[in-house]
Design a protein around this ligand. Structure first.
Ligand code: KIV
Ligand code: ZN
Length: 457
């Protein structure tokens, strides 16, 4: 029997990008969108077009080049935002306008300074206008979980009447408990006229560490779309983590009899690519894709693993694309093994670029014997920034950073390969501050306007 399909709505490029230190330039967003396409997500929320020219351009470029998934653009509930979102999305094969408006009394009174009646009217008008432009319209009552339930039902009914096709229920401040969130979805299904014609969606923040649990409770009570991000990045404590949602359903079909279109073997490379682009590392014990997620240190565990991996592993590393640790990269490795590992880390290279990476890799491997993924990523980053600066001088994209200098810690071995002096010698294993060299990277541009603009989202 077919299991119900859950739409995976990835908002790494929008809500995720709003996390401190996670902003991305157009080129980086495009690269990640292509990876999300490979991963098989159903919807990519590519940005908030009115927020900045960069965001507009990212949504426009992703719309033009990523053709399989739905591409969504965010808009506040006003004509200017909706028009700007539509301008950016027009070229998409499957465009979606995503409108949000806060509905909780606390947001209406202190942030928006409007009445419930005005809120209702504004939501209805914005959805109606969006519907005149685009068939696929999503509406989010921001702070839904702290909204009076009767009023929330009224707003949801009004936007469905106005033409919304997906209704998203954000736990904007991560306040809800799983039973409570599940109950809210059930109440909407019972009380709102026309709800059976639309898709109900979850959007849960992780302030109490419950974003994934809340999203799954939503699904068990009838939600059929989950909004989530790679590595769980997002405002404050983040969003529901895509990899955890997908693997919870895959590992426990007895409890969650649903399926997604995600090709789980691309989860690890997607996570690595995001960490590399944002330079925000993944915590080692992060479920599914953390460095320790498949590591076994204790003797009893190692013994069990050697006898039968099922003793301590509920999924295989291969099922989420964690590279085969038996493939050790050293000075005897060839281009093929190197290319494969780069691919597993989310990088595909043309022959000429791979040659350059290989040349530096051999120099590094000669010094440190075993090249770890972190070394390889630093090396790739170094070679790629060389490519990007060539590109910049010929009019290509430029990275956007505050006009300052910042320190970046590079593993000693990788900095040696990059030609940076380190006073200490090289070891086979490089980790922690003792094994790191400081380099100063000049930052060239300013990127705070967009961050200032994205209040409260
Ligand atoms: O958390 C939130 O309420 C949002 C909405 C814009 C969906 O991000
Ligand atoms: Zn959010």
């Amino acid at each position: 029997m077919d299991r119900p399909r859950i739409t995976i709505f990835d908002t790494t490029l929008r809500d995720g990008e709003q996390s401190p230190g996670c902003s991305m330039n157009v080129q980086e967003k495009l690269r990640l969108a292509q990876q999300l396409d490979r991963l098989g997500v159903d919807v990519i929320e590519a940005g908030f077009p009115i927020a900045s020219d960069g965001d507009f351009e990212a949504v426009r470029r992703i719309s033009a080049s990523v053709r399989r998934p739905i591409i969504a653009g965010l808009a506040r509930a006003c004509t200017g935002d909706v028009d700007r979102a539509w301008q950016a999305l027009q070229g998409a094969a499957h465009p979606r306008i995503h409108i949000f408006l806060a509905t909780s009394d606390i947001h209406l009174k202190y942030k928006l300074r409007i009445t419930r009646e005005q809120c209702l009217e504004q939501a209805r008008n914005a959805v109606r206008h969006a519907k005149s432009l685009c068939a696929d319209v999503e509406f989010s009552p921001e702070d839904a979980t702290r909204t009076d339930v009767a009023f929330l039902c009224q707003v949801v009914e009004a936007v469905i009447e106005a033409g919304a096709t997906t209704v998203n229920i954000p736990d904007t401040v991560g306040y809800s408990m799983p039973e409570e969130y599940g109950q809210l979805i059930r109440t909407l299904r019972e009380k709102v006229a026309g709800i059976d014609k639309v898709v109900i969606s979850t959007h849960c923040h992780n302030d109490l560490g419950l974003a994934v649990a809340n999203s799954l409770a939503g699904v068990q009570n009838g939600a059929r779309q989950v909004e989530c991000t790679i590595n769980g990045i997002g405002e404050r404590a983040g969003n529901a983590s895509l990899e955890e949602i997908v693997m919870a359903m895959r590992v426990r079909p007895d409890r969650y009899g649903y399926e997604t279109g995600v090709a789980s073997e691309h989860l690890f490379s997607s996570s690595q690519m995001l960490a590399e682009i944002t330079r925000v590392p993944v915590q080692p014990n992060k479920a599914i894709i953390g460095r320790n997620a498949f590591a076994h240190e204790a003797g009893i565990h190692q013994d069990g693993m050697l006898k039968n991996p099922l003793t301590y592993e509920i999924m295989t590393p291969q099922s989420v694309g964690v590279p085969d640790s038996r493939l050790v990269l050293g000075k005897h490795s060839g281009r093929h093994a190197l290319a494969l590992r780069c691919e597993q880390l989310g990088h595909q290279f043309e022959r000429r670029d791979l040659d350059e990476i290989y040349r530096r890799f051999v120099v590094l491997a000669d010094r440190i014997k075993k090249v770890q993924d972190s070394h390889l990523l630093e090396l790739i980053q170094d070679v790629s920034s060389g490519m990007a600066s060539n590109c910049e001088s010929s009019g290509g994209h430029s990275r956007k950073f505050p006009p300052a200098t910042a320190s970046l810690s590079l593993p000693r071995a990788a900095s040696a390969a990059a030609g940076i002096n380190s006073s200490e010698g090289h070891g086979a294993h490089v980790a922690g501050s003792a094994g790191q060299a400081q380099v100063t990277i000049p930052f060239s541009d300013h990127h705070s306007e967009q961050e200032d603009y994205l209040w409260g989202v």
